[in-house]
Design a protein around this ligand. Structure first.
Ligand SMILES: NC(=O)C1=CN([C@@H]2O[C@H](COP(=O)(O)OP(=O)(O)OC[C@H]3O[C@@H](n4cnc5c(N)ncnc54)[C@H](O)[C@@H]3O)[C@@H](O)[C@H]2O)C=CC1
Ligand SMILES: O=C(O)CCC(=O)C(=O)O
Length: 431
């Protein structure tokens, strides 16, 4: 709403994640009667960078790739958010994902704003050497649009610690020799041993697991014997399942980009992980589970459903068939607005993405601090700090939702947006 009117995206663009994030924002902004000037600012992105850049392939041919970096808001600190390599990356996806980062960092109480980006590419079609050249060329083209005190990328879908190491190395090589080491925190999610943080690899999944555990504690339930399904068996899906299994929960269904599996008796997480590693990252053909039609995945019988892949997976079309009583959003934007309405009407609880998967960016914050202060932190203290931070956020969101009789997503948005509004008002810009 701008001066009483709902903020809308340009009419020509197809409906997708951006519609969802704007609708979620408008709902919360109405609830808190957000200052109209702040509403205007937050309803649109600050900066949008689109770069077409050429790279020579292994066969000598040149291909031109399109890369994006969208910086939504930096009222609370430098822009922060991942880089995704996927065919679905476009300007709208980057806008939506950048907005989610702003709410996520604010809710977590971090000194960051929100950004997101990536390259429109199917990385499975390229060799490791090609991906390295693509990443380095993209970094070089981004130039000073990223920086350790300005905009700090991190891993997302199909990027990892190796990708971050290439970015850090390329960015640092553009600096004078004496300045190079001061720029290591231009990215987080780097390999341990090259500025990375112990535990950043598992931080997102650990956070997803913790929010599920907090929910169980609140309801006086145990995770022992609880059945769960996971969509996406990459960084977030695998680590979430790893920690849930340690707590006695049973994985009964899993889906990745290649196929779906089920086993009512349980799928052993580490066995599946090792199988995937030896099978080009695909779960298909895992001998101790049964293949399943992709369309039947979300209807599997279970207590907890963890979408940990892409956006817009739980929609009008499958929300009615979901059996789980808890959805823990490991992915960004996995539930669209229509799907969410159905789930809430059916009494299903949703732990919203901006809280559920915030362990990743909290881990990134620790890495950034470690690099900035020239420190090396230990795994146990990192996981302890992460748990403390997330528990605090969880309590705040529950209390807000109960006091104001609203779902957890709207409560989380209200808290996040109020913090940004306060920052603008304290600066004295708006009455
Ligand atoms: N890596 C991180 O630290 C964080 C990631 N996230 C979000 O979590 C989600 C997953 O990210 P990562 O695990 O890092 O990515 P990843 O690249 O490590 O794994 C992605 C997984 O999703 C699967 N997948 C892709 N397309 C699919 C489809 N159409 N249907 C079913 N499965 C599909 C892939 O096969 C893979 O198993 C994304 O939404 C990302 O934005 C959120 C917070 C932090
Ligand atoms: O670790 C980060 O900085 C951001 C990770 C990310 O992209 C996300 O939380 O969606």
């Amino acid at each position: 709403m701008i001066n009483g009117q709902t903020v809308e995206k340009p009419k020509t663009v197809k409906k997708g994640m951006l519609d969802n994030v704007l609708e979620q924002f408008n709902t919360a902004a109405d609830q808190i009667q957000l200052n109209p000037n702040v509403r205007k600012i937050l309803g649109i992105t600050n900066t949008e960078i689109i770069i077409n850049f050429p790279v020579r392939m292994d066969n000598g041919e040149v291909e031109v790739f399109t890369g994006y970096r969208v910086q939504h808001n930096n009222a609370l600190g430098p822009y922060k958010g991942g880089l995704r390599y996927h065919p679905t990356v476009d300007i709208d996806a980057a806008r939506a994902l950048a907005m989610w980062m702003t709410w996520k960092t604010s809710l977590a109480g971090l000194p960051y704003g929100g950004a997101k980006g990536g390259i429109q590419i199917d990385p499975s079609k390229y060799s490791k050497n090609e991906l390295e050249r693509i990443t380095r060329r993209f970094t070089y083209a981004l130039g000073e649009n990223i920086g350790p005190e300005h905009d700090i990328p991190a891993p997302d879908v199909n990027t990892n610690d190796q990708t971050m190491a290439w970015i850090a190395d390329t960015y640092m090589s553009t600096k004078n020799t004496s300045e190079r080491s001061k720029n290591q925190h231009v990215v987080t999610g780097k390999p341990v041993g090259s500025g990375g943080l112990e535990g950043r690899d598992r931080a997102t999944g650990y956070g997803v697991f913790l929010t599920i555990k907090f929910w169980a504690e609140k309801n006086n339930e145990s995770l022992e014997g609880k059945k769960y399904i996971v969509q996406g068996f990459g960084n977030v899906g695998y680590w979430t399942a790893h920690f849930l299994e340690q707590e006695g929960a049973i994985l009964v269904g899993v889906q990745d980009a290649f196929g779906s599996l089920q086993n009512k008796e349980g799928i052993k997480v580490e066995d599946l992980f090792n199988y995937g590693k030896a099978n080009n990252g695909s779960i298909v053909g895992f001998p101790e589970a049964f293949a399943l039609e992709g369309k039947d995945f979300f209807a599997l019988d279970c207590d907890i459903c963890i979408p940990a892949a892409l956006g817009n997976q739980i929609t009008l079309h499958n929300a009615k068939s979901i059996k789980a009583k808890l959805i823990a959003e490991g992915a960004n934007g996995p539930t669209d607005v229509e799907g969410e309405k159905i789930l809430l009407q059916r009494g299903i609880t949703i732990i919203p993405d901006i809280m559920c998967n915030s362990g990743g960016v909290i881990g990134s914050y620790f890495e950034w601090l470690q690099n900035r202060n020239g420190e090396l932190w230990q795994m146990d203290e990192i996981l302890e700090k992460l748990e403390k931070k997330l528990r605090n956020t969880f309590k705040k969101v529950i209390a807000y939702s109960e006091e104001n009789e609203m779902d957890m997503r709207t409560a989380a948005y209200c808290i996040a947006i109020e913090r940004i509004e306060k920052a603008y008002i304290l600066r004295g810009i708006f009455p």
